[in-house]
Design a protein around this ligand. Sequence first.
Ligand code: CP
Length: 298
Amino acid sequence: MSGLLSAAALDRAAIEELITSAETYRAGGGRRHPDAVVALMFFEESLRTRVGFEVAAARLGARGVAVYSVKHSPAMEVSETLDDAILSVGDWVDAICLRHGDAAVFSRLAGLVDTPVVNCGSGRDEHPTQALVDLLAIKRALGRIDGFSIGLVGDLAAMRVAHSLAVVLARFDAIRVRAMSPAGLGLPEDCLSALRDAGHEIVQLDHLDAGGLDVLYVAGLPADSDIGRLSREEQGRFQVSAEVVVGLGDGGVVLCPLPRVDEIAADVDDLPAARYFDQSREALWVRMAVLDRVLTQA
Ligand code: CP
């Protein structure tokens, strides 16, 4: 099955091709797919990824078909299985954009359908298209995707965006990573290994220190994660305020996949370093590039 299930499937050349393709779409060029139909199967909440892929499909001239529930009828209280739903609609469409809370679903799909599946968020595991969005934002802000420092802050154990970003960063050179999370909620070992194997410098901290960073990436503190057991005061130690942003290196920026609740204080939004809404806006071009890739390979 083609598609994009994991950031690990992307080597440096593939990532650079997708970023170049995104830039081509931003400039008004790029291939269109007027006959394509894309199923948007989101079984977890999403605003940016769900609407973003729907708009990306429309901008490519394709049609997006939304499937948010697989329950057969209101009278039938038990939902049909996801496998049955995908077997039913999979062959009608040219690609499936899927978000699901159970990461195991994604590997199981490989044996079910030939239709390419794009992982739009798999449990606490991965969010590969967000990592591409993040990389485009880094390139936009710094003018390079090698040789920079990045701080990842938040519940790095639970936040899938941090996992996929770590995997993608491991494809590039000379990156200094500062992983900042409450004790016990750090990056999983496989992400750390990927970064180490790439020769990147890694520092792990149990507090927030943005000093001198080129990029401060606010992965977030999800309410439903183990962060909930921390006091508000402890959680507050990881909040990015205007005072924290002042400590960034020259030209340093704050990125965030969004949504944010109070991980980034409102007083940061008006600072030149705050680039998360630009990052979100630019995500459209990445989603067009991802759909183009899977529709072309299908
Ligand atoms: N960044 C992101 O995945 O946002 P949504 O949950 O709104 O899709």
